[in-house]
Design a protein around this ligand. Structure first.
Ligand code: TMP
Ligand code: ASP
Length: 245
């Protein structure tokens, strides 16, 4: 893709226009950031893993009746997607206490939640992506009350599907982040990516709190063997898809 078509460069992806105004091209980079880009680095092979894992999961979810922005992958690090307007929200689903939930509530790492928690964060780097209440979401006109309910329903349904897949792969789905977009008819689509960058994934056969980590926490916490963890998740997910979907 030429520079001329570039619409936007984010921390992990570059977005390009295509000849069709309804279709965009996403290029997945190896660049990695954490803590609102205070920590920067590269994870070799990450772009391809995140693109391929996301493509497989989007295709699976689409087959289960969840509309996604995914169209196809013209190359291993490139995904063609529907041109939707991204709602500036990070919809986080948590099955097990980790990360900011532990920091902000004191819940112990690894505590299984009696019901999955769905949270909304404002996608705004300059504010540090703050946690929002439903009233603040409405106040900021980020989504209507109906859309908020639909986001939560979709997020819970996606969680059920992803939990099943990862469980079969020998991986515990601790938590993950989703983004959604709207088309010109206000139809809601699952967008962005679902990958080791955006999920916490623990190897079920490991109890050691560092060894079990198969996601971006290896980079965030300098645990080493980051590339191996990403590759491991790609192998397990693509292998599962080839056997069961
Ligand atoms: P948190 O515990 O840091 O709030 O993260 C919850 C989940 O969201 C975790 O799976 C990682 C993912 N996440 C992102 O995808 N992007 C982000 O910028 C952050 C902070 C978290
Ligand atoms: N999205 C975060 C950042 O802004 C990275 C993360 O912790 O996932 O750098």
């Amino acid at each position: 893709m030429s520079q001329d078509n570039q619409l936007y460069e984010g921390k992990a992806k570059i977005l390009y226009a295509t000849d069709d105004p309804n279709i965009l091209l996403t290029y997945f980079k190896d660049d990695a950031t954490a803590f609102n880009a205070q920590k920067r680095g590269q994870i070799v092979g990450k772009g391809e893993v995140n693109c391929q894992v996301s493509a497989a999961l989007f295709q699976y979810l689409e087959g289960k009746g969840i509309p996604t922005h995914y169209l196809d992958c013209p190359s291993p690090k490139e995904m063609r997607v529907r041109n939707v307007k991204i709602i500036p929200l990070e919809v986080v689903v948590r099955n097990i206490a980790a990360g900011s939930l532990c920091k902000q509530t004191g819940l112990p790492l690894g505590q299984v939640l009696s019901r999955p928690l769905v949270e909304f964060y404002y996608k705004k780097d300059e504010l540090g992506d703050p946690l929002l209440t439903r009233d603040r979401l409405t106040l900021l006109n980020l989504a209507t009350p109906d859309q908020i309910n639909q986001l939560e329903t979709n997020a819970r349904e996606i969680n059920q599907h992803l939990k099943t897949i990862f469980d079969d792969c020998g991986v515990t789905l601790v938590d993950f982040k989703l983004e959604f977009g709207l088309d010109a008819q206000n139809q809601l689509y699952l967008a962005d990516e679902i990958s080791p960058d955006t999920c916490r994934l623990w190897d079920k056969t490991e109890t050691d709190p560092q060894k079990r980590v198969l996601d971006k926490d290896r980079f965030r916490q300098d645990l080493g063997q980051v590339e191996d963890a990403y590759q491991n998740i790609q192998d397990r997910v693509l292998n599962w898809m080839s056997r069961f979907s």
